[in-house]
Write a protein that binds this ligand. Structure first.
Ligand SMILES: [Zn+2]
Length: 421
């Protein structure tokens, strides 16, 4: 019933995950086939040659192999859109699982029937833990860590602890605190606040993390959260080079702050103008972020953020406010109008996603009280009409100039088809 199975020497596939033809298969189905084949192929090392000591370690092979197939797919198409889709799966399947009665750690400590543990938490959250360590280390050090893992354990049956120990030894960075992510359930809430001091030219970000109490896990601990972040000059739109000793690597534009306490703060110096901060770039940790952006700051990020995922996230936050809190749609429309012409040529697939107007079902899930489906329907239709009126001429021109058959690369042809549709 699953997509496929990595049996050594004879992978077994569901036909929908292995048969494709450019003439009649949709782009989404071709991407799915490529990712499943990659996944089973990658299992030759992370699953077969190095296997799990016992069933409790299922996320050792699945979390790592899902992270590898996600990274592979990011190389094949718009990396931002691949991340958008992977985060959508995480938020629509794993977050609800972790918020409900079936909540469990990525590495469970007991089970009745292991078949019930092929869950979103074991697969998707397991992949996120590996992504967090990779985000912190950077590509080169992460590779040194995986090389050490294969060197030490080829032909063995091992545990999550062995993996984290090899990654630490190979990269030279102690990652043992990440074991907490494997051993406890729940989606952390990450609250952040920013404060700019114009006289001192400093910007201070304070963070707080919390987890809902869990009846079976009374001793929940703070987890290490790599917060990928950037500061932009609000006047010029340029990205600051970050200056702070608290950064994992100081003096870079794309920074990572490892937040691993209940509460902590980081201060940046040399911030000459009021900054706009972009937090949790590329969704660098599986948490619920709370940060009080103004509509103008979100519009700024739509126009200036260089990380495609956070650019998209800014559209989603703004659209949700328009639909649920009656904010004006003008800010969103103006930001989109100034962003699209350049983006259409560079990343047509991402351009197509900046019009992801949240579904009625999703909007309903964001309302605690007085949920009136008919009202949401009316508001959403009105917004779609408004977009059609404001952007109709631009859309028509763009539609007529786009031709997927003229694209040299499959990924660009795919983006052009998506944007046309
Ligand atoms: Zn697998």
């Amino acid at each position: 019933n699953m997509g496929a199975m990595e049996n050594k020497g004879l992978n077994i596939f569901n036909t929908s995950c292995v048969l494709a033809d450019e003439e009649y298969t949709t782009d989404a189905a071709i991407m799915r086939v490529q990712s499943v084949i990659a996944h089973e192929y990658f299992h030759n090392w992370t699953g077969n040659r190095i296997t799990c000591r016992d069933w409790f370690q299922l996320c050792l092979k699945e979390g790592l192999t899902v992270f590898r197939d996600q990274s592979f797919s990011e190389d094949l198409q718009s990396a931002a859109v691949q991340r958008i889709d992977d985060v959508a799966v995480l938020k629509s399947h794993q977050f609800p699982e972790d918020a409900g009665p079936l909540s469990h750690p990525p590495r469970p400590d007991h089970f009745v029937e292991i078949n019930n543990f092929y869950t979103a938490t074991v697969y998707e959250k397991g992949a996120e833990i590996n992504r967090m360590m990779s985000t912190l280390l950077g590509k080169e050090k992460f590779r040194q860590g995986t090389d050490e893992y294969f060197r030490r354990h080829d032909g063995q049956a091992v545990t999550v602890e062995d993996w984290v120990a090899a990654l630490s030894a190979g990269s030279g960075v102690d990652l043992s605190a990440f074991l907490t992510w494997y051993n406890q359930p729940g989606t952390p809430k990450l609250e952040a606040k920013g404060e700019y001091d114009a006289a001192a030219q400093t910007y201070r970000l304070s963070f707080k993390q919390s987890l809902k109490a869990h009846p079976k896990y009374p001793n929940l601990k703070a987890v290490p959260i790599p917060v990928a972040l950037a500061l932009f000059n609000a006047k010029t739109g340029e990205q600051y080079t970050l200056q702070s000793e608290s950064l994992f690597v100081n003096g870079v534009k794309d920074g990572v702050y490892l937040f691993d306490q209940d509460e902590a703060a980081i201060e940046f110096t040399g911030v000459t103008e009021q900054p706009v901060v972009s937090l949790l770039r590329n969704f660098s940790a599986p948490v619920n972020l709370v940060f009080d952006y103004s509509d103008e700051e979100l519009a700024f990020l739509i126009q200036h953020e260089t990380n495609g995922f956070n650019q998209w996230q800014a559209t989603q936050t703004l659209l949700e406010r328009i639909l649920l809190e009656d904010h004006s749609a003008d800010t969103y429309i103006q930001a989109i109008q100034s962003t699209l012409p350049e983006l259409v040529g560079r990343d047509p697939l991402l351009a197509s996603r900046l019009f992801d107007v949240p579904t009625e079902g999703y909007l309903g899930s964001r309302i605690d009280q007085n949920y009136a489906p008919a009202d949401i329907h009316v508001k959403r239709e009105a917004l779609l009409n408004r977009l059609a009126q404001e952007l109709g001429a631009f859309w028509k021109d763009t539609y007529l100039t786009l031709d997927p058959d003229l694209q040299k690369e499959f990924s660009l042809a795919m983006g052009v088809r998506a944007l046309k549709n």
